[in-house]
Structures are given as C-alpha cells and as structure tokens.
Design a protein around this ligand. Structure first.
Ligand code: FCB
Length: 462
C-alpha cells in the first residue's frame, strides 16, 4: 500500500481507547439484489422509476460486496480500524417483511460477523438503513402502524442469531431521511409526497425503534449496547430577524427535536406540536406509545455532514408560501463546499456535539457517519490523492476532539464511507469512499484519505 503523502497533519487529541471505524449500508454496497432469496426493497423499486436516481443507477451490483466480503474485511484490517458499522438488509433476512427467517440471507451476516471477529474488528450492527421490503411498502409502509411491529419482529430474527457475537445493535439509520425525504419530499424511496404520511412514518419509525429495543433487551443472554442513529445538523437564523429565528426554530424542531425529545424525554416538542396543529396535522400517537419510544437506550449515533442557516422569508421576501405555510428556507453558509454542494462547517459539528451533551444528557455519543464526496481524479493506478477529503476528515475529527475537551461524551468515530458506493438518488456519481472503487472491475484502491486515517489511528494508539 502507498505511504501517506499528504502534508495534512495526523489526527491528535483523542485517547487511545477511542473507537475508530468505517461505515457502510447494505443497499449501497452489497449488490446481489436477487440472490439467495432476497426480495426487492423500496430502493430496488424506486431506483427503477424513471428520473428518480441519477443516470438510472440501481443497487443491483453496487460494490458486489456480497461476493467480495472477505476481501473487504481484509481491507478494513489493513486500515487498522477497531469497528465496522454495517447494516442488515431486511429483505434478505425476512423476504416478505413478515414470517420466517431466510437462512441463506441471514447466513451472509453470520459469515460477515465471523470474518470481522476473526480479524479483530468489532461489528456494529444497524438493523435498518432504508431498505424496507417492498411487500411492506405495498401494505402501507412506515405510515402504516403495523410496520413498527413488523420491524420489531425482524429485529428479533437478527438479534436471536447474532447476539452471542455482536455487542452493539442500533435500530434505525436516520429516520428523518426515511420519513421526510421518503414520504414528504419524495426524493428517496418510496418517493411519496404526503406531509401527513411522513409524520405518521416518523412516529412509526420511532415506535418500531422502541419496540425493538424492548424486545431485544428482554431476550438478551448477556448485556448489549442498544442505540439509534440520527442525522443532525445545526440550524442557525440566517439574519437577526424574528422571522429568521422562527425559521431556525422550526427547522430544528422538525429535524432534531421531533426525534430526540420523544426518544429521551417521552414527549413530542410542544412548539412543533402547535405548529403541526396550526396546519391541521398531528402525530398519530396511541396511549402508551411515548413510553415505548422513550425506552432507555445506551448510545446515540450521530451522523453529521454540515450545518445550515435558515431564513423565514423566500427570495422575494414573502413569509408564507403558496399553501399559506411559513417559509423555512435553508441558506448555506458561505464556506467551501463538497461535491454534494454541502458546506464544510466543522465548528458547527463541535457545537452540535456540545448541544446534544447539554440538552440530552447522560447519553454517550458515537459519530456513526461523517465524511465527504469530492470529484476524485484517480491516477493511472487508481490512486486518488484526495487532499480535500483528507482535510475534511482532519477538520471534523479535530471538531470531535474539541467537543470532548469541552465535556461532550463522544466515544467513537466512523468514517463514511469505507467504499465509494451507491449514493441514493445520486447513484454512483458521488464518491464518499476513503477507498476508491472502479465499478467496471470492482477493484478497490485506498485513497490518500484512507492512508491518513490508518496512520492517524496508529499514531493515536501508540
Ligand atoms: C447519510 C446516509 C448514508 C450516506 C451519507 C452520505 O444520510 O445515512 O447512507 O448516503 O448520508
């Protein structure tokens, strides 16, 4: 493997016991979409809708990880990571979204876990990273209450088989994306555009999380760590006006507090509930739901990419849109951007971690995703000298160290992502990997950022 050539200094300021990892998600890397009994997920369906995904890309083959798993684990080992965060594809394990386990599908994850353990890498399981079995979507999807119960049943199939070897089970990845992007904005699977359906989806995702944690804890034969991963940013007022402050409050309410308040405080935030009531909407709460949703858990997974500002007026100065709803307009701060056009805002990452520590105390934090896409230019050997990505990682790891110094209980960091992969609606056009993937040959080549990460981890442990 090439030596690190970048002049970006290695990461410092984190203790030897800090957990270093890499993360991926099933649909983004596995491929083998129709093998060993796997049925279509909502992403298989959605990626076939004309215009839904850049270039008509699908996850049919992706990184072919399903067939190259041992080699990919060897790659992780060569980077020296402590832990690997991966997700389990529900339609592999339980192809109809209900009913018995599909042994061939679950067998893949057993082999993966064994391969990881055999290489000294700790598995970190995410039970749901967006690939809902299509049959469950056809039955109503997340807006349908029954899906929460189906999720808890599915979680138990995985837990029963893996609990002897896996310590950490997280339920959902970024429920905001599932609910808001999938059911309201329609840019993620299943591509619906229905505000109230997205609220119901939020509630049932959270309910499914709570039911799954309760069921797993009740069935455990030894103690485990349970958690959930949320995507979070920071929402600052664009200008010093009442309208902009209110827009920031609304964005924070719908994006962060709508999830963390029920999870940690057992109630939906009153201001958000009032905003929803003003438009004739409500969370579909049944008696006892909030007790289930606020079931104690052990670790909060934090996915951070960028922070934003919000304005309460549109470009023409209107405070309400055509439907009469208050304007909540994201304004990107004036910083350099990634290939996603996402602003690079590490100081807001520190602020987010400190805010989580302050507002939702007593909950260890682990950064379960952080990383960046850039327009990589591989040389003739496939090597990418990605100073931009390396600098992004360096500044965000420094932001974690700064948050820890100021008291935030952050225990680990997973780089997104091990491999270039299927970036949802962007298809294969956006590369987040610290390892380059040549999709024509499936050849993997660690980028400079991977080598910097490897060397940083080694130096911090020394
Ligand atoms: C997150 C997703 C992850 C990846 C990154 C870039 O929202 O959890 O799968 O797509 O964004």
């Amino acid at each position: 493997m090439n030596p690190t050539t970048t002049r970006i200094p290695l990461a410092t300021g984190l203790p030897p016991k800090f957990v270093w990892g890499v993360a991926t998600a099933s649909y983004q890397i596995e491929g083998a979409a129709a093998e060993d009994g796997r049925t279509p997920s909502i992403w298989d369906t959605f990626s076939r809708v004309p215009g839904a995904v850049h270039n008509g890309d699908t996850g049919d083959v992706a990184c072919d990880h399903y067939h190259r798993m041992p080699q990919d684990v060897a790659l992780m080992k060569s980077l020296g990571v402590d832990s690997y965060r991966f997700s389990v594809a529900w339609p592999r394990v339980q192809p109809h979204g209900r009913g018995p386990v599909n042994e061939a599908g679950l067998g893949f994850y057993e082999r993966l876990v064994d391969e990881l353990l055999g290489n000294g890498i700790t598995p970190w399981v995410t039970l749901y990273h967006w690939d809902l079995p299509q049959e469950l979507e056809d039955a109503g999807g997340w807006p349908h209450r029954d899906t929460a119960y189906r999720f808890a049943d599915y979680a138990m199939l995985v837990f029963d088989r893996l609990q002897d070897r896996v310590d950490t089970f997280t339920t959902l990845n970024e429920p905001w994306c599932s609910a808001w992007l999938g059911y309201h904005v329609g840019v993620h699977a299943p591509g619906r555009r229905d505000f109230d359906a997205s609220l119901a989806a939020t509630h049932h995702l959270l309910l499914g999380h709570g039911l799954a944690v309760q069921a797993m804890r009740a069935a455990e034969t030894r103690p485990h760590t349970y958690g959930i991963t949320l995507n979070m940013g920071t929402a600052d007022p664009h200008g010093d006006t009442e309208a902009d402050r209110d827009a920031a409050r609304r964005a924070d309410g719908m994006g962060l507090r709508l999830y963390l308040d029920p999870l940690r405080r057992g109630e939906y935030p009153a201001d958000v509930v009032a905003d929803l009531a003003a438009r004739g909407s409500a969370m579909p709460v049944h008696d006892g739901d909030l007790e289930v949703i606020s079931t104690p858990f052990d670790v909060l997974g934090v996915n951070f990419y960028f922070g934003q500002d919000f304005a309460g007026t549109d470009a023409d100065g209107n405070t309400h849109d055509e439907q009469g709803e208050p304007v909540v307009r994201a304004v990107l701060p004036d910083t350099p951007r990634t290939a996603m056009d996402w602003p690079i805002t590490p100081e807001r990452f520190t602020r987010l971690l400190l805010r989580l520590h302050r507002d939702y105390p007593g909950l260890p934090l682990v950064v379960t995703e952080n990383g960046a896409a850039f327009d990589d230019q591989p040389d003739e050997t496939g090597y990418v000298a990605d100073d931009d990505r390396t600098a992004y990682l360096a500044s965000h790891i420094a932001a974690v160290a700064a948050a820890r110094e100021q008291g935030a209980d952050v225990r680990g960091y997973f780089a997104w992502s091990l491999l270039d992969n299927f970036e949802w609606a962007y298809g294969y056009a956006k590369r987040f990997g610290i390892v380059h993937v040549d999709y024509a040959t499936q050849e993997r080549t660690p980028k400079q950022s991977a080598l910097w990460y490897r060397d940083s981890i080694a130096a911090l442990r020394a």
